[in-house]
Unconditional design. Structure first.
Length: 67
C-alpha cells in the first residue's frame, strides 16, 4: 500500500458513516475521505490525487521570455 492509512473514529469523532481514509501525496498534498472503499479503491484515489496535484514541471531552464 502507498502512503495511506485508515484512521479510527477516535481520530475524527465528528465523522459519521463510512471508513475514514487519509492520504499524503509525494508533493505534500493531504486529503481525507469517508468512503466505504476497498484498499484497491483507496489506492486508485491516491493515484488520482497524485495525477491531479503533483504534476511535473512543464518547463525546464531559464524563465526568460515566457508568455
Amino acid at each position: 500500500m502507498k502512503k495511506l492509512k485508515k484512521m479510527t473514529r477516535e481520530n475524527l469523532k465528528s465523522v459519521k458513516g463510512g471508513q475514514v481514509w487519509y492520504a499524503e501525496t509525494s508533493c505534500g498534498v493531504q486529503a481525507t475521505t469517508t468512503q466505504d472503499w476497498t484498499a484497491e479503491q483507496a489506492n486508485a484515489w491516491v493515484e488520482a490525487l497524485e495525477a491531479n496535484y503533483c504534476k511535473s514541471a512543464s518547463h525546464y531552464g531559464p524563465s526568460n521570455n515566457l508568455a
